[in-house]
Ligand binder design. Structure first.
Ligand SMILES: Cc1cc2nc3c(=O)[nH]c(=O)nc-3n(C[C@H](O)[C@H](O)[C@H](O)COP(=O)(O)OP(=O)(O)OC[C@H]3O[C@@H](n4cnc5c(N)ncnc54)[C@H](O)[C@@H]3O)c2cc1C
Length: 468
């Protein structure tokens, strides 16, 4: 029987990063993945393919809507070739997942393909696709089994017309009318892809705002911009049935006043969140407890109720984000090596890759109000930047929240071009506990979108932005 210092179950961004860090720290490491490709949700059916389609559809939209203004004439009609768009996305996924195979090889990590299930706290059975079972032994085990799309109890996902994000990444036609249930990150990103490609898109959301959990100002601005893009929003709507009738999907919901409304479309994307995934893991055999929501219970060191078993990523509490899973993978590896690592969960940024992009770190205004913390607000609109006018990306703003007495930056919320990348400046500043004045006094290259960060910091610190 093969023996390891560490065995990692699941090869998503949590699992493969944990495995690499364990190997770097000198541990003999194995990784177990039930699918033939490594990389988990993120690389196969999540972050990477969705961004590939967002990029392709953005190019198409630019060609149709903006090229003429830029002085680029295209003879003939610009058309969507969805087959090629999906094929390019598949190519990106293939390249990226192969990259993980290379990294496993480079770090001398043994890869087992098959479903891993606990025999006891130090033994894992790997059920391979050829029907055989191999048992491996490990002193320490990291559960990184991730999550799967969840649904509502009364919805039956047929994977053809009533679909999850997984199917939405490989449609064979552009929907005529896509009904998106759930105005969270995944629904809005994929809704925007198909809107750009020509679908009518209706978002039906239970809450009274989209991207709940983010700062309210971001929700409002994103909805305003997406409405301009002709996405339809139905907030405060409680979906109560989703039925397929031939090639049509009928969604019934109660609106704010409790009146029944009906939506008809050819596709319905159910994007109501994700559930932690532990099916087949046999966690009980190892003494690993799950909570009432099916998440693996962990303490502050990400140790489960079995002392040699840890859990990371989507399968435990906290934001379901790839970079959060990665940080946790590193943390557990370093704990196993006897180090004392730390994660500041307040500084894990959240991003929505619509266009304009939305990104945030730290506390929202709502959270500061609730905690009774006195704060100052500095906000700067993207339209006041030369860079934004040059690229015609004038929607959005940067908003900085700073402590009223100390000027320490408590939260940064932004919507605009390339905010997914811009947010890193805010994370860095907040890691070093910068004041708004610190951020305002740093030189920002001109012309860049990042100048909005400097200006918002100036507005927060002394209410003296330069360009507005
Ligand atoms: C459409 C979409 C877009 C997204 N976009 C972003 C984004 O832009 N940015 C971002 O940060 N996050 C994004 N996410 C979320 C991100 O994908 C997840 O947060 C991330 O993948 C979680 O990583 P993980 O390692 O915890 O689990 P996963 O990536 O889910 O990986 C878990 C792996 O474990 C395997 N596994 C499960 N059980 C077993 C078992 N018993 N034996 C062996 N293998 C097993 C699974 O097959 C899977 O490969 C997106 C998600 C979706 C669906």
């Amino acid at each position: 029987m093969s023996q390891y210092d560490v065995a990692v179950i699941g090869s998503g961004p949590g699992g493969y990063v944990a495995a690499i860090r364990c190997a770097q720290l000198g541990m003999k490491t194995a990784i177990i993945e039930k699918y033939p490709t490594l990389g988990g949700t993120c690389l196969n059916v999540g972050c990477i393919p969705s961004k590939a389609l967002l990029d392709s559809s953005h190019h198409y939209e630019d060609a149709v809507k903006h090229f003429e203004e830029h002085g680029i004439d295209i003879p003939g009609e610009v058309k969507v070739n969805l087959k090629q768009m999906i094929a390019r996305k598949d190519g990106v996924v293939e390249q990226t997942t192969k990259g993980i195979v290379f990294l496993m090889d480079k770090n001398k990590i043994d890869v087992y393909e098959g479903l891993g299930s606990f025999k006891d706290a130090t033994h894992i059975d790997v059920a391979k696709n050829d029907g055989s079972v191999e048992t491996i032994e490990a002193k320490n085990i990291i559960i990184a089994t991730g999550s799967k799309p969840s649904t509502l109890p009364f919805i039956s996902i047929d994977k053809e017309r009533i679909i999850t994000s997984t199917e939405a990444l490989k449609l064979k036609e552009v929907p005529k009318h896509m009904i998106v249930i759930g105005g969270g990150v995944i629904g809005l990103e994929l809704g925007q892809v198909y809107k750009r490609l020509g679908a009518e898109v209706s978002v039906v959301e239970y809450m009274d705002r989209i991207i709940p959990g983010m700062d309210g100002a971001l929700s409002k601005e994103l909805m305003k911009v997406m409405k301009k893009q002709k996405v339809k929003f139905h907030l405060s709507h409680k979906v109560k049935s989703v039925e397929r009738v031939g090639d049509e999907v009928v969604v019934k919901a109660d609106d704010k006043k409790g009146q029944e409304v009906e939506f008809k479309g050819d596709y319905c994307l159910v994007s109501v969140g994700r559930r932690p995934y532990t099916d087949g893991l046999n966690a009980e055999a190892a003494g690993v407890q799950l909570d009432e929501r099916g998440r693996v219970v962990v303490n502050d060191h990400l140790q489960t109720t079995a002392s040699n078993i840890y859990a990371i990523g989507d399968v435990i509490r906290g934001a379901m984000l790839a970079h959060k899973a990665e940080e946790e993978g590193t943390l557990v590896a370093e704990i196993l090596a006897g180090q004392k690592p730390h994660i500041d969960y307040n500084l894990i940024p959240g991003v929505v890759y619509t266009w304009p992009e939305v990104a945030a770190v730290g506390k929202t205004e709502e959270e500061l109000k609730e905690a009774g913390i006195e704060y100052k607000v500095g906000q700067f609109p993207m339209r006041a930047l030369g860079r934004s006018r040059a690229s015609m990306d004038t929607d959005g703003f940067v908003k900085i929240l700073a402590d009223k007495s100390t000027d320490e930056v408590l939260g940064v919320h932004m919507i605009g071009a390339r905010c997914a990348d811009l947010i890193t400046e805010a994370v860095t500043a907040m890691e070093f506990r910068a004041s708004a004045e610190d951020m305002a006094r740093m030189s920002h290259a001109h012309p860049t979108y990042a100048e909005a960060v400097k200006e918002a910091a100036l507005a927060a610190t002394e209410d003296r932005p330069i360009h507005i």
